[in-house]
Design a protein around this ligand. Sequence first.
Ligand code: ADP
Length: 191
Amino acid sequence: MEKHTTVSGEEMERDFGSGTIQLARGDITKESTDAVVNAANESLLGGGGVDGAIHRAGGPAILEECRAIRARQGGCPPGEAVVTGGGRLPARFVIHTVGPVWRGGDQGEPAILASCYRNALRLAAEKGLRSVSFPSIATGAYGYPVGKAAAVALSTVATFLAEEKGAPPRVRFVLFDEETLRAYRESLASL
Ligand code: ADP
């Protein structure tokens, strides 16, 4: 599946099908990809971590849209995804997905985490988006071990890029800390 691997400084990228996965360290609220993905919670009403950062930086328009979605469908179950505008963020859209709370790994967590990535990418593909940035879903407050999460995240995205015609050609993982970036780099290298 692989065509190309580049490692320069901390950044790394690898091609799958007609798409590229890029790894970078940074703050996802600064990303100017077509969409950024939010690690939301089921309420869609905001929270800590990356969720708090996205709502703070993007302003109240995002929360307003989340409230409207919640009124319509009653929140977002783990593994599913919904889309709003990007408010004041550089990204045009925010795709909100809800990761699994880690309960030891035998409660369906890997399948739910894989669904997060697939459903977010499906929404991006439906909108014809060319680039999407993901955080490391579920590895903060939700407690998913980062090495295991990286393997699920990267294999799911790589498969989607290789198999789905409308997939966004550029998928970035924007990782907040060194340890998370290292786990994703190791996982991408061994895919
Ligand atoms: P979850 O509840 O799904 O575990 P968290 O937001 O608690 O989500 O954490 C997910 C990951 O996002 C963690 O690695 C955390 O360090 C990271 N994170 C927090 N803020 C940002 C940000 N501004 N940009 C990118 N990643 C972030």
